[in-house]
Structures are given as structure tokens and as C-alpha cells.
Design a protein around this ligand. Structure first.
Ligand code: HEC
Ligand code: HEC
Length: 181
């Protein structure tokens, strides 16, 4: 039994590892994509989405729409993921922080090396690109597409932290929020 037991135990351990790897891949895609939006994290708002985030710094892909994910995550560290680019897409240029945006818009970034990254906005209108070893060569160009139409940023910019400039009133010449075409 002892002689047969060892390879068996190794096989069981290997299977367990594979199962765990599969599960964590599933967990990750659920986390980034279709994780349900906890109804107690939002409240009604007088806006096109009809919702605002009220759960403060509760970690979630739907948290703090309109605010700078990257600036806060870099400062808070810990469990807050590190992003190369992130932000929120709206239908109104002057939408306030924490108001949820538009789902299903595609934000495309082309960096200085010609690398193309695509992000799709979630139920909060939020989009984000995990650092995960990759890096953005600055400056970057950006383009938003929605229902077959496009809206392009004319000049290349020195940061993937879109909400630095795309605040409700607009900083550095930005017209306000990033909005769908
Ligand atoms: C004011 C600060 C702040 C802002 C702004 C912010 N976050 Fe976070 N975020 C945090 C903190 C703090 C954590 C870690 C929370 C924890 O450990 O529970 C976190 C964690 C997360 C997590 C991991 C939690 C999980 O369960 O997966 C995701 C995803 C996330 N943030 C997405 C975003 C996105 C997208 C934006 C921008 C639209 C954003 N955050 C804006 C502070 C912020
Ligand atoms: C350093 C400030 C800054 C950053 C960072 C920035 N933008 Fe912009 N954005 C601007 C300015 C200024 C304009 C208006 C002039 C232009 O189009 O270049 C603009 C315009 C746009 C437009 C076109 C708006 C219109 O009315 O047609 C889109 C779309 C856009 N930005 C998306 C993005 C996205 C997506 C990101 C992040 C990947 C981003 N921007 C990062 C400053 C910025």
C-alpha cells in the first residue's frame, strides 16, 4: 500500500492543484465581469443611470464611479488592485462623482508602442486595465465606442489615469466626463 500510495497521493495533489487553478481563473473572471452589483451598495439618483454608489471604500469593480481609481488605489495600497488605466463612461459631461455611468461602452487605448488595449464598461460604467506585468508606453491615444459610433480624444495624453482630467468640470482643457458618442 505504501508503494502504491505515493504516486496516488501525487496524482490527487496534482488534480487538486488543477482544480484550484481552474476555480481561481473562474473566480477572477466573475470578479472582473459579471459579479452581481450588491443592491445595498447603491441608492436611487436623479441621473440617466438612476443610481449612485453609497458604499464608500468597499472594494468592488463598481465602486466610486467618476472618481480616480488609480490615484486612490496607489495611495491606499493593500487589497486595492493596481491599474494601468481606469475610469468611467457617462452620458452627461457634468455628471457628479459616484453616479453610475453607462454599461457596455468600449474604451480603446493605443500606446506609444502601438499596443492596443480594450476595456468594456461594467454595470457602473467603470472600466479598468489591470497592471499584471504589462506597462503603457506614454503618451496614449483613446477612443470610446458605443452602439457602432465612436468618440476620439484628439491629442495624445501622458497618463492612463483618465479621471485626472475627466472630472465633472474638466481639468487641463478636458470637456468634462468621458461620454458615449
Ligand atoms: C477613494 C478611494 C478609492 C477609489 C476612488 C476607488 N477605489 Fe477601488 N478600492 C479602494 C480600497 C481602499 C480598496 C481595498 C478595499 C478592501 O480591501 O476591501 C479597493 C479595492 C478595489 C477592488 C478590489 C475589490 C474586489 O473585491 O475585487 C476593485 C475591483 C476596485 N477597488 C475597483 C475600483 C475602480 C474600478 C475604481 C474607479 C472607478 C475604484 N476602485 C476607485 C479605494 C478606492
Ligand atoms: C491629461 C489629461 C487627460 C487625460 C489623462 C485623459 N484625457 Fe481625454 N481629453 C483630455 C482633453 C484636454 C480633451 C479635449 C481635447 C482632445 O480631444 O485632445 C480630451 C478629450 C477626450 C475625448 C473626446 C471628447 C469629445 O468631446 O469628443 C475622449 C473620448 C477622451 N478624452 C477619453 C479619454 C480616456 C478614455 C482617457 C484615459 C485612457 C483619457 N481621455 C485621458 C484630457 C485628458
Amino acid at each position: 500500500m505504501k508503494i502504491a500510495g505515493k504516486p496516488l497521493r501525487i496524482a490527487v495533489a496534482l488534480l487538486a492543484c488543477l482544480a484550484l487553478a481552474g476555480l481561481s481563473a473562474l473566480a477572477l473572471s466573475a470578479q472582473e465581469g459579471s459579479r452581481p452589483l450588491n443592491p445595498s451598495f447603491v441608492d436611487k439618483a436623479d441621473s440617466p443611470s438612476g443610481l449612485k454608489w453609497i458604499a464608500g471604500n468597499r472594494g468592488s469593480p463598481y465602486m466610486h464611479p467618476g472618481m480616480s481609481c488609480i490615484t486612490c488605489h496607489n495611495a491606499s495600497g493593500g487589497e486595492a488592485p493596481s491599474y494601468l488605466s481606469a475610469g468611467t463612461v457617462y452620458t452627461k459631461l457634468n455628471e457628479a462623482d459616484n453616479i453610475l455611468g453607462v454599461e457596455g461602452a468600449v474604451v480603446q487605448i493605443t500606446d506609444a508602442k502601438g499596443q492596443i488595449f480594450k476595456m468594456t464598461t461594467n454595470k457602473a460604467g467603470n472600466f479598468f486595465l489591470r497592471a499584471g506585468g504589462a506597462s503603457l508606453a506614454l503618451p496614449i491615444n483613446a477612443l470610446v465606442s458605443f452602439k457602432g459610433a465612436e468618440r476620439k480624444m484628439l491629442g495624445a495624453k501622458q497618463s492612463g489615469n483618465c479621471m485626472l482630467c475627466h472630472t465633472a468640470s474638466g481639468v487641463g482643457g478636458a470637456p468634462g466626463r468621458i461620454i458615449v458618442p
